[in-house]
Design a protein around this ligand. Structure first.
Ligand SMILES: O=C(O)[C@@H](CO)OP(=O)(O)O
Length: 245
């Protein structure tokens, strides 16, 4: 039968604009980020990949991107599920730190390991840090991470993929997932079977819809999916890759 999945990273956030590592810190979109979300919604509308259901993280940059994009596509009314398992990777003690400063202080090799390796988490964040989410009511009932590597994100995200998103796809719904650079890297790694080494080179651009047509086993029919605006997506992904330099 086949199913359609649309992945959308949030538009530029206030901390993207300041080049700060963000993770679970709940910053909003910039004006540019809101414009990017409108553009993402237009692309979705023009391509006719109209979502029937939305899955988002618990972070306002993803929630607001979905709200704006779906409003633009006239699909603001579809049902929504929000889950912490779609949150950005927790950036540990790097949350709130400038990426360029981190690179200069610790060197490029360590910076790249923390930023893009599969299994090296940044140092843990202290619970009493102003950037900690411990005690935030939205995470009642779960143990808030102190840091995460991409493997940790895969481990917490796949149960949600299998338990919440796949059932919607199986029911024939077109599913929109609005999430984050690294939580979407984790999902794409799983979908495309990307190796632990190769995932380091993958960057997800802000607010560029990425469409996966899936087969009956929920595997991509086209490896890597298809960006609705491939040129803009490639340029924006290259800009993400170069943050810190
Ligand atoms: O700061 C973050 O949480 C992420 C996404 O914005 O950054 P990076 O691309 O460096 O992993």
């Amino acid at each position: 039968m086949g199913a359609t999945l649309v992945l959308l990273r949030h538009g530029e956030s206030e901390w993207n604009a300041l080049n700060l590592s963000t993770g679970w810190v709940d910053v909003d979109l910039t004006e540019k980020g809101r414009d990017e979300a409108v553009n993402g919604g237009k692309l979705i509308l023009e391509a006719g990949v109209l979502p029937d259901v939305l899955h988002t993280s618990l972070l306002r940059r993803a929630i607001n991107t979905a709200h704006i994009a779906l409003g633009t596509a006239d699909r603001h009314w579809i049902p929504v599920r929000r889950d912490w398992r779609l949150n950005e990777r927790h950036y540990g003690a790097l949350q709130g730190r400038n990426k360029k400063d981190t690179l200069q202080t610790f060197g490029e090799e360590q910076f790249n390991l923390w930023r893009r390796s599969y299994d090296v988490p940044p140092p843990p964040l202290a619970d009493d840090s102003e950037f900690s989410q411990v005690g935030d009511p939205r995470y009642a009932g779960i143990e808030v991470p102190k840091t995460e590597c991409l493997k940790d994100v895969v481990d917490r995200l796949i149960p949600y993929w299998e338990g919440a998103i796949v059932p919607d796809l199986r029911a024939g719904k077109t599913v929109l997932v609005t999430a984050h650079g690294n939580s979407l890297r984790a999902l794409v790694k799983h979908l495309d079977g990307i190796s632990d080494a190769d995932i380091a080179a993958l960057n997800i651009p802000t607010a560029q819809p990425l469409v996966y047509r899936l087969d009956d086993d929920f595997r991509p029919t086209v490896a890597g999916g298809e960006y609705l605006d491939p040129e803009a997506a490639a340029a924006a992904a290259a800009a993400v890759a170069n943050q810190g330099k």
